[in-house]
Design a protein around this ligand. Structure first.
Ligand SMILES: Nc1ncnc2c1ncn2[C@@H]1O[C@H](COP(=O)(O)OP(=O)(O)OP(=O)(O)O)[C@@H](O)[C@H]1O
Ligand SMILES: [Mg+2]
Length: 256
Protein backbone atom coordinates (compact mmCIF):
# COMPACT_ATOMS: atom_id res chain seq x y z
CA UNK A 1 0.00 0.00 0.00
CA UNK A 2 1.25 3.53 -0.77
CA UNK A 3 1.98 5.76 2.19
CA UNK A 4 -1.17 7.78 1.71
CA UNK A 5 -2.62 10.28 -0.74
CA UNK A 6 -4.34 12.56 1.76
CA UNK A 7 -3.25 12.85 5.36
CA UNK A 8 -4.73 14.63 8.36
CA UNK A 9 -2.18 15.17 11.11
CA UNK A 10 -3.37 16.30 14.52
CA UNK A 11 -6.27 18.16 12.97
CA UNK A 12 -8.44 20.17 15.33
CA UNK A 13 -11.54 22.34 14.86
CA UNK A 14 -13.21 24.25 17.65
CA UNK A 15 -16.60 25.93 17.68
CA UNK A 16 -16.41 28.25 20.70
CA UNK A 17 -15.42 25.98 23.56
CA UNK A 18 -16.40 22.80 21.74
CA UNK A 19 -13.69 20.68 20.11
CA UNK A 20 -15.76 19.30 17.25
CA UNK A 21 -12.65 17.62 15.80
CA UNK A 22 -9.90 16.86 18.28
CA UNK A 23 -6.35 15.83 17.24
CA UNK A 24 -7.44 13.66 14.37
CA UNK A 25 -4.91 11.64 12.36
CA UNK A 26 -6.29 9.97 9.27
CA UNK A 27 -4.85 8.70 5.98
CA UNK A 28 -6.68 8.11 2.74
CA UNK A 29 -5.04 5.70 0.30
CA UNK A 30 -5.61 5.24 -3.42
CA UNK A 31 -8.09 2.47 -4.15
CA UNK A 32 -9.19 2.25 -0.51
CA UNK A 33 -12.79 2.76 0.55
CA UNK A 34 -12.69 4.23 4.07
CA UNK A 35 -15.72 4.68 6.22
CA UNK A 36 -16.24 7.29 8.92
CA UNK A 37 -18.65 6.19 11.62
CA UNK A 38 -19.70 7.61 14.98
CA UNK A 39 -22.80 8.76 16.84
CA UNK A 40 -24.57 12.07 16.17
CA UNK A 41 -22.40 15.08 16.86
CA UNK A 42 -19.14 13.11 16.97
CA UNK A 43 -17.47 15.34 14.35
CA UNK A 44 -17.82 13.35 11.12
CA UNK A 45 -19.24 16.12 8.94
CA UNK A 46 -16.82 18.65 10.41
CA UNK A 47 -13.91 16.41 9.46
CA UNK A 48 -15.26 16.05 5.90
CA UNK A 49 -15.57 19.86 5.77
CA UNK A 50 -11.97 20.24 6.92
CA UNK A 51 -10.63 17.88 4.27
CA UNK A 52 -12.70 19.51 1.53
CA UNK A 53 -11.68 23.00 2.62
CA UNK A 54 -15.09 24.29 3.75
CA UNK A 55 -13.51 24.86 7.15
CA UNK A 56 -9.92 25.49 8.11
CA UNK A 57 -8.55 23.73 11.18
CA UNK A 58 -7.49 25.67 14.28
CA UNK A 59 -4.43 23.46 14.44
CA UNK A 60 -2.92 20.48 12.67
CA UNK A 61 -2.10 19.88 9.06
CA UNK A 62 -3.69 18.35 5.96
CA UNK A 63 -1.49 17.16 3.10
CA UNK A 64 -2.01 15.69 -0.35
CA UNK A 65 0.91 13.89 -1.95
CA UNK A 66 3.06 15.44 0.74
CA UNK A 67 1.99 19.00 -0.15
CA UNK A 68 0.55 21.06 2.70
CA UNK A 69 -3.02 21.93 1.61
CA UNK A 70 -4.31 22.90 5.07
CA UNK A 71 -5.31 26.38 3.93
CA UNK A 72 -6.09 25.65 0.29
CA UNK A 73 -9.54 26.93 -0.73
CA UNK A 74 -12.18 24.41 -1.86
CA UNK A 75 -11.67 25.28 -5.56
CA UNK A 76 -7.93 24.81 -5.20
CA UNK A 77 -8.51 21.37 -3.70
CA UNK A 78 -10.99 20.65 -6.49
CA UNK A 79 -8.21 21.31 -9.01
CA UNK A 80 -6.06 18.79 -7.17
CA UNK A 81 -8.87 16.24 -7.49
CA UNK A 82 -10.49 16.47 -4.05
CA UNK A 83 -14.27 16.36 -4.45
CA UNK A 84 -17.14 16.17 -2.03
CA UNK A 85 -20.71 15.30 -2.78
CA UNK A 86 -23.72 16.99 -1.26
CA UNK A 87 -26.99 15.81 0.24
CA UNK A 88 -28.80 17.00 -2.88
CA UNK A 89 -27.04 15.72 -5.97
CA UNK A 90 -25.80 18.57 -8.16
CA UNK A 91 -26.81 17.69 -11.69
CA UNK A 92 -28.39 19.46 -14.68
CA UNK A 93 -32.00 18.14 -14.52
CA UNK A 94 -32.98 19.04 -18.09
CA UNK A 95 -29.94 17.38 -19.66
CA UNK A 96 -29.59 13.66 -20.29
CA UNK A 97 -27.48 11.40 -18.13
CA UNK A 98 -24.79 11.26 -20.82
CA UNK A 99 -24.81 15.04 -21.32
CA UNK A 100 -24.45 15.51 -17.59
CA UNK A 101 -21.30 13.45 -17.67
CA UNK A 102 -19.87 15.26 -20.66
CA UNK A 103 -20.56 18.62 -19.00
CA UNK A 104 -18.65 17.45 -15.95
CA UNK A 105 -15.55 17.05 -18.09
CA UNK A 106 -15.55 20.83 -18.53
CA UNK A 107 -14.38 21.29 -14.99
CA UNK A 108 -11.60 18.82 -15.66
CA UNK A 109 -10.38 21.15 -18.36
CA UNK A 110 -10.64 24.18 -16.11
CA UNK A 111 -13.69 25.53 -17.96
CA UNK A 112 -16.67 27.03 -16.27
CA UNK A 113 -19.34 24.65 -17.51
CA UNK A 114 -22.10 27.20 -17.08
CA UNK A 115 -20.51 29.40 -19.71
CA UNK A 116 -19.33 26.61 -21.97
CA UNK A 117 -20.61 26.89 -25.54
CA UNK A 118 -23.33 24.44 -26.49
CA UNK A 119 -21.15 22.63 -29.01
CA UNK A 120 -18.33 22.32 -26.54
CA UNK A 121 -15.85 23.46 -29.15
CA UNK A 122 -13.18 23.32 -26.47
CA UNK A 123 -13.32 19.57 -26.66
CA UNK A 124 -10.26 18.38 -28.51
CA UNK A 125 -11.65 14.97 -29.20
CA UNK A 126 -15.37 14.82 -28.60
CA UNK A 127 -15.57 11.17 -29.57
CA UNK A 128 -12.94 10.24 -27.03
CA UNK A 129 -14.80 12.20 -24.38
CA UNK A 130 -18.07 10.44 -25.19
CA UNK A 131 -16.37 7.04 -25.05
CA UNK A 132 -14.94 7.94 -21.67
CA UNK A 133 -18.36 9.10 -20.44
CA UNK A 134 -19.95 5.84 -21.59
CA UNK A 135 -17.26 3.85 -19.81
CA UNK A 136 -17.98 5.75 -16.59
CA UNK A 137 -21.74 5.29 -17.00
CA UNK A 138 -21.13 1.56 -17.18
CA UNK A 139 -18.97 1.73 -14.08
CA UNK A 140 -21.69 3.48 -12.07
CA UNK A 141 -24.45 1.27 -13.51
CA UNK A 142 -26.25 3.95 -15.52
CA UNK A 143 -25.33 2.82 -19.03
CA UNK A 144 -28.94 1.77 -19.67
CA UNK A 145 -30.16 5.27 -18.82
CA UNK A 146 -27.76 7.37 -20.90
CA UNK A 147 -30.57 9.17 -22.79
CA UNK A 148 -32.83 9.66 -19.76
CA UNK A 149 -33.31 13.23 -18.51
CA UNK A 150 -31.44 13.59 -15.23
CA UNK A 151 -34.47 15.27 -13.63
CA UNK A 152 -36.42 12.03 -14.04
CA UNK A 153 -33.93 9.83 -12.19
CA UNK A 154 -34.71 8.22 -8.82
CA UNK A 155 -32.82 9.24 -5.67
CA UNK A 156 -30.40 6.31 -5.93
CA UNK A 157 -29.77 6.91 -9.63
CA UNK A 158 -29.05 10.58 -8.92
CA UNK A 159 -26.40 9.57 -6.40
CA UNK A 160 -24.82 7.33 -9.03
CA UNK A 161 -24.94 10.12 -11.61
CA UNK A 162 -23.27 12.44 -9.14
CA UNK A 163 -20.58 9.82 -8.58
CA UNK A 164 -20.13 9.51 -12.35
CA UNK A 165 -19.84 13.29 -12.72
CA UNK A 166 -17.25 13.44 -9.97
CA UNK A 167 -15.16 10.73 -11.69
CA UNK A 168 -15.56 12.47 -15.03
CA UNK A 169 -14.32 15.71 -13.45
CA UNK A 170 -11.05 14.00 -12.62
CA UNK A 171 -11.56 13.13 -8.97
CA UNK A 172 -8.74 11.45 -7.12
CA UNK A 173 -10.28 11.78 -3.67
CA UNK A 174 -14.00 11.55 -2.98
CA UNK A 175 -15.62 12.65 0.25
CA UNK A 176 -19.25 11.68 0.73
CA UNK A 177 -21.36 12.66 3.74
CA UNK A 178 -24.12 10.08 4.10
CA UNK A 179 -24.66 9.42 0.39
CA UNK A 180 -27.25 6.75 1.11
CA UNK A 181 -29.41 8.88 3.44
CA UNK A 182 -33.07 8.50 2.52
CA UNK A 183 -32.49 5.52 0.24
CA UNK A 184 -34.07 2.15 0.95
CA UNK A 185 -31.60 -0.60 1.93
CA UNK A 186 -31.62 -2.35 -1.44
CA UNK A 187 -30.88 0.86 -3.34
CA UNK A 188 -28.34 1.91 -0.70
CA UNK A 189 -26.48 -1.38 -1.23
CA UNK A 190 -26.49 -0.88 -4.96
CA UNK A 191 -25.10 2.66 -4.58
CA UNK A 192 -22.38 1.41 -2.21
CA UNK A 193 -21.49 -1.45 -4.56
CA UNK A 194 -20.96 1.00 -7.40
CA UNK A 195 -18.97 3.36 -5.20
CA UNK A 196 -16.72 0.48 -4.13
CA UNK A 197 -16.25 -0.70 -7.71
CA UNK A 198 -15.38 2.83 -8.85
CA UNK A 199 -12.94 3.25 -5.97
CA UNK A 200 -11.14 0.04 -6.95
CA UNK A 201 -11.22 0.48 -10.69
CA UNK A 202 -10.26 4.17 -10.75
CA UNK A 203 -7.90 3.92 -7.74
CA UNK A 204 -9.84 6.62 -5.93
CA UNK A 205 -9.26 7.45 -2.30
CA UNK A 206 -12.73 7.55 -0.73
CA UNK A 207 -14.02 8.65 2.66
CA UNK A 208 -17.68 8.09 3.30
CA UNK A 209 -19.82 8.95 6.30
CA UNK A 210 -22.45 6.31 6.85
CA UNK A 211 -25.06 5.72 9.48
CA UNK A 212 -26.28 2.30 8.43
CA UNK A 213 -23.37 0.26 9.68
CA UNK A 214 -24.83 -3.12 8.83
CA UNK A 215 -24.93 -2.25 5.16
CA UNK A 216 -21.80 -0.15 4.88
CA UNK A 217 -19.50 -2.52 6.75
CA UNK A 218 -19.79 -4.99 3.89
CA UNK A 219 -18.19 -2.56 1.48
CA UNK A 220 -15.58 -0.66 3.47
CA UNK A 221 -11.90 -1.57 3.38
CA UNK A 222 -11.12 0.50 6.45
CA UNK A 223 -13.18 2.11 9.20
CA UNK A 224 -12.53 5.15 11.38
CA UNK A 225 -14.78 5.45 14.43
CA UNK A 226 -15.23 8.91 15.92
CA UNK A 227 -16.58 9.92 19.31
CA UNK A 228 -16.57 13.41 20.83
CA UNK A 229 -14.34 14.73 18.05
CA UNK A 230 -11.71 12.01 18.38
CA UNK A 231 -10.91 8.97 16.32
CA UNK A 232 -11.32 6.25 18.94
CA UNK A 233 -10.62 3.28 16.66
CA UNK A 234 -9.44 2.50 13.16
CA UNK A 235 -8.90 -0.66 11.19
CA UNK A 236 -10.74 -3.40 9.37
CA UNK A 237 -14.54 -3.15 9.77
CA UNK A 238 -14.99 -6.29 11.87
CA UNK A 239 -12.06 -5.28 14.11
CA UNK A 240 -13.43 -1.80 14.78
CA UNK A 241 -16.95 -2.99 15.47
CA UNK A 242 -15.70 -5.50 18.00
CA UNK A 243 -14.10 -2.78 20.14
CA UNK A 244 -16.27 -2.19 23.24
CA UNK A 245 -15.69 1.61 23.24
CA UNK A 246 -17.01 1.85 19.71
CA UNK A 247 -20.11 -0.16 20.53
CA UNK A 248 -20.68 1.83 23.72
CA UNK A 249 -20.37 5.14 21.88
CA UNK A 250 -23.37 4.05 19.87
CA UNK A 251 -25.51 3.15 22.88
CA UNK A 252 -28.61 5.26 22.80
CA UNK A 253 -28.45 5.19 19.02
CA UNK A 254 -29.34 2.33 16.79
CA UNK A 255 -26.23 0.29 16.07
CA UNK A 256 -27.39 -0.68 12.61
N1 LIG B 1 -20.95 25.46 12.32
C1 LIG B 1 -21.02 25.03 13.57
N2 LIG B 1 -21.09 25.88 14.62
C2 LIG B 1 -21.13 25.42 15.90
N3 LIG B 1 -21.10 24.13 16.23
C3 LIG B 1 -21.03 23.23 15.24
C4 LIG B 1 -21.01 23.62 13.86
N4 LIG B 1 -20.92 22.49 13.10
C5 LIG B 1 -20.94 21.46 13.95
N5 LIG B 1 -21.01 21.89 15.22
C6 LIG B 1 -20.99 21.04 16.42
O1 LIG B 1 -19.83 20.22 16.33
C7 LIG B 1 -20.11 18.88 16.77
C8 LIG B 1 -19.80 17.94 15.64
O2 LIG B 1 -20.77 18.13 14.61
P1 LIG B 1 -20.78 17.32 13.27
O3 LIG B 1 -21.87 17.88 12.43
O4 LIG B 1 -19.42 17.28 12.71
O5 LIG B 1 -21.18 15.86 13.78
P2 LIG B 1 -21.58 14.57 12.96
O6 LIG B 1 -20.76 13.46 13.48
O7 LIG B 1 -21.53 14.85 11.50
O8 LIG B 1 -23.09 14.34 13.42
P3 LIG B 1 -24.36 13.71 12.63
O9 LIG B 1 -24.20 12.22 12.72
O10 LIG B 1 -25.51 14.18 13.42
O11 LIG B 1 -24.33 14.22 11.24
C9 LIG B 1 -21.56 18.89 17.19
O12 LIG B 1 -21.60 19.08 18.60
C10 LIG B 1 -22.16 20.08 16.47
O13 LIG B 1 -23.25 20.62 17.19
MG1 LIG C 1 -22.94 14.85 9.99
Amino acid sequence: MDDGLVKCLGVEKRFGGLRAVNSVDLTLHKGVFSLLIGPNGSGKSTLINLISGFYYPDSGKITMNGVDITYFKPHERFKLGIFRTFQNARVFPSLTVLENLIMAAGSRRGENVRFAPIRWNWIIDEKELTMWALRILELVGLDGLRDQQAGKLSGGQLKLLELGRVIMSGAKVILMDEPTAGLNPVIAESVLTHIRNAVREMSLAALLVEHRLDIAMKYADKVYAMFNGKVIAEGAPEEVLSIPDVVESYLGEKLT
